[in-house]
Design a protein around this ligand. Structure first.
Ligand SMILES: [Zn+2]
Ligand SMILES: [Zn+2]
Length: 357
């Protein structure tokens, strides 16, 4: 009996060793990777908006302080098949590629202003839309100064484009299609028309982000639905007037109370330079409660907090960030997160909130 048990035990050990040795074979690795690759390829691109539908995808909800869960400022608007990207903060293009967003359909980019946290991925967006099959230069709309920003990115990435066309062929990656084209949106009053195409109307809205002048928000109207995006701004009631009746308002938000706590911690920890920056920034952003007041003034149906500052590493920080919001606006608001998709079916009042990953 004892001998039989020993034989069985030895057989198990031999089989386990043989199995383990088999996994060391390159052929097994290749077979396993083929399975993984098939699985990756079979993930379908998300449907962002059906024909006649407007939708909002948060492709970056962060402000300049780094947050591993949030890319830099970025909001994608889908009006039927046409895609538009508002701001291209660092990491946002990576999000869009990982989510399999059909980037060949990007028809334009709107920049709210030229702070680095809004343009860090503009070069990557230029590249990824081109590689995905964009067949025309990409228009980039924004305040005066957009010409400098666009010329700089085109120049910085010109060698990269040369290499890729030479490597993959002119037919596959036409060199003439890769560049960004600046479109200045002049502003003399509170709002200015920025674009009208395929039933979509985009209006630039002056906001207050001094010393950054001018700084814009944007309003998108399509199929009887509307989305207003604040860009970076302090509490600014004219933005609410321009966003009146919007279905979704994506508004920046910064807790000045938490920023002050962070400033104190930085100073106490021996970091006077970032402490000085924390000291300076409250004047040109909007608190979550103030953003709720703007949404109320605009009678927006859903307020989405984005451009979140400071970073919120856990639920306690989130609760502190949202302190007082419910008193101002009991419902009709949500803390934005990367990957949040809000769909607005045309000629309807429905607001469908989901997530892509
Ligand atoms: Zn910003
Ligand atoms: Zn800014």
């Amino acid at each position: 009996m004892k001998r039989a048990a020993l034989i069985v035990g030895a057989l198990i050990v031999v089989c386990a060793a043989a199995g383990w040795l088999a996994t060391l074979s390159p052929a097994v690795d290749d077979w396993a990777y083929a399975k993984i690759a098939t699985q990756m390829v079979q993930r379908h691109p998300p449907v962002l908006a059906k024909p006649g539908e407007l939708s909002v995808l948060l492709c970056g909800t962060n402000a300049p302080l780094p947050d591993v869960h949030r890319a830099g400022a970025c909001t994608l608007i889908a009006a039927g098949d046409d895609l538009y990207v508002v701001d291209a903060g660092t990491g946002s293009a990576r999000n869009l590629v990982m989510w399999r967003v059909p980037l060949a359909h990007v028809k334009g980019v709107f920049l709210t202003h030229f702070h680095s946290d809004h343009i860090g991925d503009l070069g990557e967006l230029r590249l990824q839309t081109w590689v995905a099959g964009r067949r025309a230069p990409l228009k980039v709309y924004g305040p005066p100064g957009i010409e400098d920003v666009v010329a700089g990115f085109n120049r910085a990435y010109s060698h990269d484009a040369d290499y890729r066309t030479a490597h993959h062929s002119e037919a596959f990656l036409p060199r003439e299609d890769v560049d960004l084209v600046p479109v200045v949106v002049p502003m003399s009053g509170a709002t200015a028309p920025a674009l009208s195409a395929n039933g979509l109307t985009v209006t630039a809205i002056k906001v207050d982000h001094g010393p950054v002048k001018p700084a814009y928000g944007y309003r998108f109207d399509y199929a009887g639905r509307s989305v207003a995006i604040s860009g970076d701004t302090s509490y600014y009631e004219p933005f609410a007037r321009a966003a009146l009746g919007s279905d979704v308002m994506v508004h920046e938000a910064q807790s000045n109370k938490m920023v002050a706590i962070l400033e104190h911690a930085l100073r106490a920890g021996g970091y006077p330079r970032p402490a000085k920056i924390m000291h300076d920034i409250p004047t040109y952003h909007t608190t979550p409660v103030e953003a709720a007041r703007i949404a109320n003034l605009a009678q927006a149906k859903l307020l989405v907090f984005s451009h979140i500052n400071p970073p919120l590493p856990n639920w306690i920080a989130e609760r502190a960030f949202l302190e007082g919001v419910s008193d101002t606006r009991p419902d009709g608001w949500v803390l934005g997160r990367d990957g949040m998709l809000i769909r607005l079916p045309g000629q309807s009042t429905a607001i469908e909130q989901t997530t892509i990953d």
